[in-house]
Design a protein around this ligand. Structure first.
Ligand code: GLU
Length: 314
């Protein structure tokens, strides 16, 4: 493995490959169910890649700012694990893919106890939000933001207030899941407060460089290879990484694992956070989504790169 050679090759190839993959955007759609998200440009595509020495390669619309949405769920899961440990967290949320949509509550009624299948679907992530330590909503949200800032090595990370408001006003399905889980005794506390924590972390605003830097910590088993600080216990990276493979790309996770073979998490704003273990952190954004809810151009680009650079972990 010649690290420098790989980054040089990426510098050379990325601009053209981004332009090619960007053309896929026409076949997808920008998410509209959170009204504010529909304002994103359909044809944007950007990628930022960073290696363990801090060498960067990037191309396309890397200055586009977007909200983390579901990508945040990987890191709130990790924070909840750091707050409570495995046994407590997995008494409230399961470890299995669903085969249903990310916002479905269908299976919740069919299982006993009614714990959500995994922490990356909305029901599971809402339960995880309820587990974040803190005395008030503000304190919980501040702890999450602080943790994310550390992972992204960016003290300026903040919220997109318009997206936050837009989701809070229209998040009726998430609200109904919260009350259902309260009724079943899975979720404790004030549902509206838990949802506020959830909507807040979904609306943290980033760019592809932030995503790549967060991914880099995952790639190096929880240690930021640049500061050498251990930010996440290795075991919790292992857990989160496994969820990323089995359910990080919604119901396209199996296909992405076969075609790209990289742990990844996508969000409805078109972001994808992925990494090559021990080597690279990668952030991608392309708001046009395929039928499974993943960035259509982003997936196209990552699959092509993974094949060319042999990034699959399998
Ligand atoms: N905030 C979004 C929701 O709850 C996140 C969904 C996603 O990115 O998958 O609907």
């Amino acid at each position: 493995m010649i690290e420098a050679g790989e980054m040089d090759r990426l510098d050379h190839l990325l601009p053209g490959w981004v332009d090619t993959s960007r053309q896929e955007s026409i076949h997808g759609r920008v998410a509209t169910y959170i009204p504010e998200l529909s304002k994103a440009g359909r044809d944007l595509l950007g990628i930022h890649i960073i290696n363990g020495e801090g060498r960067i390669s990037e191309a396309g619309n890397t200055d586009h700012r977007f909200t983390l949405q579901s990508i945040s769920k990987v890191f709130t899961l990790i924070l909840a694990l750091m707050d409570h440990g495995e046994a407590a967290v997995f008494s409230k949320v399961g470890k299995e893919p669903t085969g249903d949509n990310f916002n479905s509550m269908m299976k919740l009624e069919l299982i006993q106890p009614a714990i959500p299948f995994n922490p990356l679907i909305n029901a599971g992530a809402i339960v995880i939000s309820s587990l974040i330590k803190g005395n008030t909503v503000e304190e919980k949200s501040a702890r999450i933001l602080q943790f994310f800032r550390k992972l992204a090595a960016n003290d300026k990370l903040g919220y997109d207030e318009d997206v936050y408001r837009s989701e809070r006003e229209t998040g009726h399905l998430n609200r109904s899941m919260g009350y259902f889980l309260l009724d079943k005794g899975i979720l404790e506390g004030e549902v509206e407060e838990v949802l506020e924590v959830y909507f807040r972390h979904c609306s943290i605003q980033v760019n592809t460089a932030d995503l790549a830097r967060m991914a880099l910590v995952m790639a190096f088993n929880g240690q930021d290879p640049l500061s050498k600080e251990q930010l996440i216990p290795k075991r919790y990276v292992q857990i989160a990484k496994t969820f990323m493979i089995t359910c990080g790309m919604y119901n396209g996770s199996g296909e992405f694992a076969i075609c790209a073979g990289m742990p990844a998490k996508s969000g409805v704003s078109g972001g994808i956070l992925t990494f090559v273990p021990g080597r690279l952190g990668i952030g991608v954004v392309g708001p046009s989504l395929n039928a499974k809810g993943n960035s259509i151009a982003g997936v196209h680009l990552l699959e092509r790169l993974s094949k060319a650079f042999e990034w699959s972990i399998f």
